[in-house]
Design a protein around this ligand. Structure first.
Ligand code: A1S
Length: 213
């Protein structure tokens, strides 16, 4: 059975080997499979400036093996859209304590039959609802838009699409809501939560440094 585990700097020591697996899989999937060459590293790990103490990972783990994952990062801090893709957000970059950036989403090849994907999408909505996050932002290829529509996510583009490495991409904001959580659960016939919290996790919004705002 696959569960989606919440990993923050509060409980990371319990998950160190899974976090290393996550970095290695990210390299395999984004640098090698997807060909995002800027991410290539000799050590075979994809680790960037946003893999710091503010990152939150939602890791799909089945029998001790990471089979999918995603990362959230506070928009109140410098993040990928503000640092690298501000030109994609011509309608303004949403930034607030209640808005997180969503990156590095994947499912391992042998699990790409929809269900792990939907568990991760449901876990994203559920986790954000629990933590008082109202919106997540992301830079995505255009094929994400019908996928989100299919599972009932409410999406707002932040600007017009721009071609990046040959693919039309858009920055978007995705609303967090009970309706979207219910909708993705119904779509995938997920009857109950897959979200697991282990250890003492402090509420996320308490941990963002005000000084950085
Ligand atoms: C940033 C993302 C943010 C959200 C954070 O019938 P098909 O195979 O055409 O159906 C496919 C396509 O419609 C579409 N799709 C998936 N990958 C595509 C691609 N590279 N180009 C165009 N369309 C693509 O999704 C349908 C289902 O895909 P799937 O792979 O058969 O199954 P599943 O289980 O829904 O998994 C989808 C994901 C995206 C999770 C999986 O393909 C994956 O992990 N891909 C590699 C990582 C990745 O590209 N992540 C998104 C960018 S990060």
């Amino acid at each position: 059975m696959t569960f989606v585990h919440v990993v923050t700097c509060d409980n990371r020591t319990r998950y160190e080997k899974h976090v290393q697996q996550f970095y290695r899989l990210r390299h395999q999937i984004f640098a090698e499979e997807r060909g995002w060459n800027d991410l290539r590293r000799a050590d075979g790990l994809d680790i960037d400036a946003y893999d710091d103490e503010h990152a939150v990972y939602l890791l799909a783990i089945d029998q001790d093996r990471v089979v999918g994952g995603q990362r959230l990062y506070p928009t109140i801090l410098p993040h990928m859209i503000s640092d690298v893709f501000p030109h994609l957000a011509t309608r303004g970059i949403p930034r607030s304590f209640h808005i997180f950036e969503w990156t590095r989403y994947f499912v391992v090849k042998e699990r790409r039959v929809g269900r792990t994907d939907c568990r991760l999408l449901a876990a994203l909505q559920e986790f954000c609802l629990d933590e008082g996050i109202t919106e997540v932002t992301a830079v995505v290829e255009m094929w994400w838009l019908p996928r989100w529509q299919q599972v009932g996510f409410n999406v707002r583009p932040l600007g017009l699409p721009i071609t990046i490495e040959g693919e039309p991409c858009v920055a978007a904001s995705i609303a967090i809501s009970e309706q979207s959580l219910e909708s993705v659960r119904q779509f995938a016939r997920l009857r109950e939560t897959s979200l697991v919290r282990q250890g003492q996790l402090s509420p996320l919004l308490n941990r963002i440094p005000y000084a950085a705002a």
